[in-house]
Write a protein that binds this ligand. Structure first.
Ligand code: CTP
Ligand code: CA
Length: 239
């Protein structure tokens, strides 16, 4: 693979990346999670570091085999997090020191209202299935946009199910405007698409909703394309 832009065009740029999928506890042995493997976000961290950036990677429940790609990279500091609340605390603590924030993590939209301190046991329930009450988690990306420093570049991800590319981009544009980000990387997901897969297609939307790039290939290839778009957005933000 030809990582054509490898080299120092992001020398010294500080990039905060979140990756993986958060988990919300139900009781001491169970959680609600999602299918994000963290591969795309880890690839973004690796691609940024290859171009000279200093990366903080907020890693939500990423398998060691996936993290192996960055574990020994001195330019990447890995900070493990579990729940959306932990990710929020870590992200808001690190963002003032970042020139770019990339929220690639799949964040749980809801958490369990009353986490059971005891394991939920069938024996105690007399054949009654439990009902979980959920409450909405704060939107971390929206909070980061609210707190953004001048010149800071904010990047979101959106994994969407859609009938076709038009619907995918429509959903992406609405999300981009709701969040107020500089770039939104949109990809289609389905039962056997997107998650865990090695290959991906990213449609990268600029702040006006324009498609600045469409990239297909390995998650590293699509990460390189996103880093190109980020490098352009940094230049725009400095003008
Ligand atoms: N995100 C976040 N905090 C949340 C939810 C999402 O920071 N509580 C971020 C994700 O990391 C991603 C972007 O927002 O960068 C879009 O996430 P997505 O789940 O697609 O958006 P939602 O606003 O949660 O909309 P949906 O109902 O489609 O899930
Ligand atoms: Ca969501």
């Amino acid at each position: 693979v030809d990582h054509r832009a490898d080299g120092g065009d992001l020398d010294g740029t500080r990039i905060l990346v979140s990756a993986g999928g958060t988990r919300e506890l139900i009781d001491p042995v169970r959680f609600i999670g999602n299918r994000s493997s963290g591969k795309q976000g880890v690839a973004v961290a690796a691609a940024a570091a290859a171009r000279g950036a200093k990366v903080v990677l907020l890693a939500a429940n990423i398998d060691d085999s996936v993290l192996a790609e960055v574990a020994t990279n001195p330019a990447i500091r890995v900070v493990p997090v579990t729940s959306a609340a932990e990710l929020e605390t870590a992200a808001l603590a690190a963002s003032p020191g970042a020139d770019v924030v990339v929220m690639a993590a799949a964040v749980s939209d809801y958490r369990v209202a009353n986490v059971s301190t005891e394991k939920i046991r069938k024996e105690d329930r007399g054949g009654d299935a439990p009902t979980l009450t959920l409450v909405e988690n704060p939107d971390i990306l929206v909070a980061l946009v609210r707190e953004r420093r001048p010149g800071q570049v904010l990047v979101g991800f959106a994994a969407e199910t859609a009938e076709d590319t038009d619907e995918l981009l429509d959903r992406g544009r609405r999300k981009l405007h709701r969040k107020g980000v500089d770039l939104l990387a949109v990809n289609a997901v389905g039962w056997s698409q997107g998650f865990e897969a090695s290959d991906n297609t990213l449609h990268i939307l600029g702040s006006a909703g324009d498609v600045v790039a469409t990239a297909s290939g390995s998650k590293r290839d699509t990460a390189d394309a996103l880093i190109d778009a980020i490098a352009d957005a940094i230049d725009d933000a400095r003008e």
